[in-house]
Design a protein around this ligand. Sequence first.
Ligand code: ADP
Ligand code: MG
Length: 272
Amino acid sequence: TTGSASLGVAGAAEHPAVTAQGAALSVRHLVKQYDNASAPVLNDISFDVPAGQVFVILGPSGSGKSTLLRTIAGLEPIQGGEITMGGELLRQAQSAGKLRSASASDSTKVGMVFQSYDLFPNKTVLGNIMLAPVLVQKRDKASVQAEALRLLERVGLADRKDAWPHELSGGQRQRVAICRALIEHPQVMLFDEVTAALDPEMVREVLDVILELANSGQTMLIVTHEMAFARAVADHVVLLANGSIVEESDHPQEFFDHPHTERAQQFLATFT
Ligand code: ADP
Ligand code: MG
């Protein structure tokens, strides 16, 4: 993927230009403040993710990475700014602080995989993957099953289709969680430290699935502490600290080898 991913703090008036260039996801002046908190967790965040781009978000614990992904996924209301997808308004601040989802077909636009394995314990692998497309999207059961099997094949788990979540390793559960998100055909996939809770020997099998997905052209935002993986997969990298983007680059190799800001130098030094 190519092009300048970020327009910095471009104004809302620039939307048409942005979408004409094919931004899959556009975040404008995003402000997020939790109830009872004295300060915002995300403070005027703006960026664009062009279609097909792998957008990696780095940052220390507590910097707001999960909150950012959760606002994009519609799991948290926002207090300022807006998020558009394919030029369509997806989320917007509401004065009452209530969650607003602008589009009815919302759930199919964003897929998210979390750090913790959140499979339904009382459903088999196949049952987990088929649940949303059959019940929510009302798709044909036979074709959903065929697609679920293809996805399981792709992540190397075709032989575990009838297993229960408790029978799977952590790495297998995360791969099922990825299939469960993919089957809804999200325009953008969000990954929040999906290997952080895994035993080291299972990290690779999950990262390989995400790499393959990246190479297939899936637009995605990835939060990770796996620096070698981040370097290998990123088209664009941002460093978040205290709810602001402190450095970003369309040249990840340069970012990792020669970070410009002291904050980024400090952050990267903790991984060497
Ligand atoms: P990261 O994922 O980068 O570690 P988070 O987005 O989880 O950061 O958290 C950012 C900040 O928001 C932290 O200070 C955290 O304590 C706070 N926070 C996260 N979730 C909530 C919540 N539900 N209510 C109040 N504060 C929260
Ligand atoms: Mg987090």
